[in-house]
Design a protein around this ligand. Sequence first.
Ligand code: ADP
Ligand code: MG
Length: 262
Amino acid sequence: MSQNDENPVVIQVEGVRKTFGDLHVLKGCDLTVRSGEVAVLVGPSGSGKSTLLRCINQLEEPTAGRVLIDGVVQGYRAEPLPDGRWQKLRPAEIAAQRSRIGMVFQRFHLFPHLTALANVMEAPVQVRGLPRAAAEKKARDLLERVGLGDRADHYPSELSGGQQQRVAIARALAMDPELMLFDEPTSALDPELVSEVLSVLKDLAADGMTMVVVTHEMGFAREVADQVVFMDEGRILESGTAEQVIDHPESERLKGFLASVL
Ligand code: ADP
Ligand code: MG
């Protein structure tokens, strides 16, 4: 699957650790995702998958280690101070870095009082200052792309979970992200609605979007993942192609995990 080996590295996670008080949630994680690659992150509940995603887009600050996006260390000035210390970015500068990364959560977090169209237009207008007409055109195109061109004027409460999640994806895409992070995007959905969301993810992957997807959908991983990454107790225990990780697991932990989800 790895036709992307020559592509530039987009996400570089280097030795990332994260502690909450005495709790060691990430115990030194390294991950490389190249442009156009899809990395699927799997592992038991509590193994640190969400925390790793949150470190990638600066919703959490690593306790140690660092995250580079396009070679730029996230959260810090490009050059150290004369005394060698690295200086943290200001909140507005961090927001600018974060705005290049789209994130979709298990729960859709749409604005309930806004239509699908207005949900997708919100950030481009409010954050980027895009003129309303241009934002609307773009939002309609994106809703079309996720198969919801005919639902633009519906409120979230009038949409199924799968449709709401697709609006959430369109909303993230409206900011022209360079990469997308998905944290269990289908886990809150009724089983019959899972495939409509996964098919949007597959389309995005086919269009060359760089993506990290936390999911238990092993069929999706097999079909789309350039690399499958198995996390357990804050560590990346195994990673490789779907064939390597899903079909030829090495550790007992991964074998046990696969038996529980397959
Ligand atoms: P996963 O997504 O793999 O289920 P998480 O990254 O959500 O795992 O959580 C890993 C561990 O970190 C869990 O034990 C969780 O309770 C803990 N954790 C996550 N976020 C926080 C936080 N903000 N404060 C304290 N503990 C946290
Ligand atoms: Mg999680």
